[in-house]
Write a protein that binds this ligand. Structure first.
Ligand code: SF4
Length: 358
């Protein structure tokens, strides 16, 4: 497994987006500006979602002109937006280096969740995941992570309530930038989204689960489990060779001991004939029963990788078995399938090149 944390390819464009107030203060120092200007600019960009320096009416005109000449605000170009019949919205962004990423807005009665990307591609190569087949290209900057939410907030009519790192990439292999972005997303002077509504979903980068716990990060944790025994997990998720299932579960128990109030979420994609037998389900129940958790079962979507969802009659049998668990279980409805925005299915055609996301 590559340590992608150190492999960021920072875009050349200099932007204040995704920067802390302290960092903005440093960037303004050569201009001889007082420190308090940094806080003003930070708030205009992240809280008021300003697109231009001209909107920053409490800055002197001369400073606005200087900023306009030297810096930019938004760096993602909207390449495509697709709307599903079920209300799901899929956004394709062009990055400054001409790479592409996607974000998906899932609208529900009581919440609207943006599923964001943390990397271009992914180094972990999960068998069922189209992103994994691309390999790792680069980390996103904290600005590029924040900007996905900022731009969608402006474009959609739905108020954004929740964020999940379940788009392209493994957020724990871009840990510092994902955490910095989440601090800005949850900062009352930033996007002011409750930290409890921001979820890091990891495929099991065990040392980062310990770090996340030891740093008492206020965000939620979800584990992409997908197999309840070591041989099967190794087969479909190569990361299990480096961080075996028993180590992963021990790190989750460590997290749960530190977070007394919370439940941890496990995600389990149902791949017919691979990990969806009734014996697999029973094993899953016994693995998770000792943990305060909830389980999301996600029938696999069509994504050209040769996997399929359990047929309806088998899904009914799974439901019968799994509902006996003494923790909450949901079987997720597929959303956005008509625009290929569902989990495991996202695929974007850009100039004849096909980019896939999980
Ligand atoms: S499922 Fe997540 S961790 Fe696995 S290859 Fe896809 S993006 Fe990477």
């Amino acid at each position: 497994m590559i340590d992608t944390e150190k492999l960021a390819t920072e875009p050349k464009a200099d932007t204040f987006l995704g920067k802390t107030v302290l960092r903005i203060e440093e960037m303004l120092r050569p201009l001889g500006e007082p420190g308090y200007r940094a806080g003003q600019i930070y708030k205009w960009i992240h809280h008021f979602n300003a697109d231009t320096f001209d909107e920053m009416t409490n800055l002197p005109q001369s400073l606005r002109d200087t900023l306009h000449a030297r810096f930019q605000i938004k760096t993602l170009q909207r390449a495509q937006v697709e709307m599903s019949a079920d209300g799901t919205e899929k956004y394709l962004w062009r990055l400054p280096d001409n790479r592409h990423i996607e974000s998906v807005l899932i609208t529900e009665a009581r919440r609207n969740t943006v599923c964001i990307s943390s990397q271009v591609g992914c180094s972990l190569g999960c068998e069922f995941c189209a992103t994994g087949q691309m390999g790792f290209i680069r980390n996103l900057t904290s600005g590029e992570i924040v900007e996905q939410v900022l731009q969608i907030r402006k474009l959609t009519k739905h108020p954004i309530t929740n964020i999940v790192f379940m788009g392209m990439g493994e957020p724990f292999l871009n840990y510092h930038r994902a955490v910095q972005a989440s601090r800005i997303l949850s900062d009352p002077e930033g996007l002011a989204i409750s930290a409890k509504k921001i979820t890091f979903s990891t495929s099991g980068v065990v040392p980062k689960i310990y770090q996340f716990t030891d740093e008492a990060q206020p965000f939620k944790l979800a584990i992409s489990l997908h197999a309840a025994n070591q041989p099967l997990r190794e087969r479909i998720m190569p990361i299990a060779r480096k961080f075996p299932l028993n180590q992963l579960m021990e790190s989750v128990r460590y997290y749960m001991r530190a977070k007394r109030q919370n439940r941890v979420t496990f995600e389990y994609i149902l791949l017919h004939g691979i990990n969806d037998s009734l014996a697999n389900m029973k094993q899953l129940i016994s693995l998770l029963s000792p943990i305060r958790c909830k389980l999301n079962l996600i029938p696999c979507n069509q994504n050209n990788l040769g996997f399929s969802a359990p047929p309806p009659e088998h899904l009914d049998k799974i439901r019968e078995v799994i509902m006996k668990a003494d923790f909450p279980v949901t079987i997720r409805k597929n959303r956005g399938e008509d625009i290929t925005a569902a989990c495991g299915q996202l695929a974007v055609e850009v100039s004849e090149k096909v980019i896939f996301m999980k």
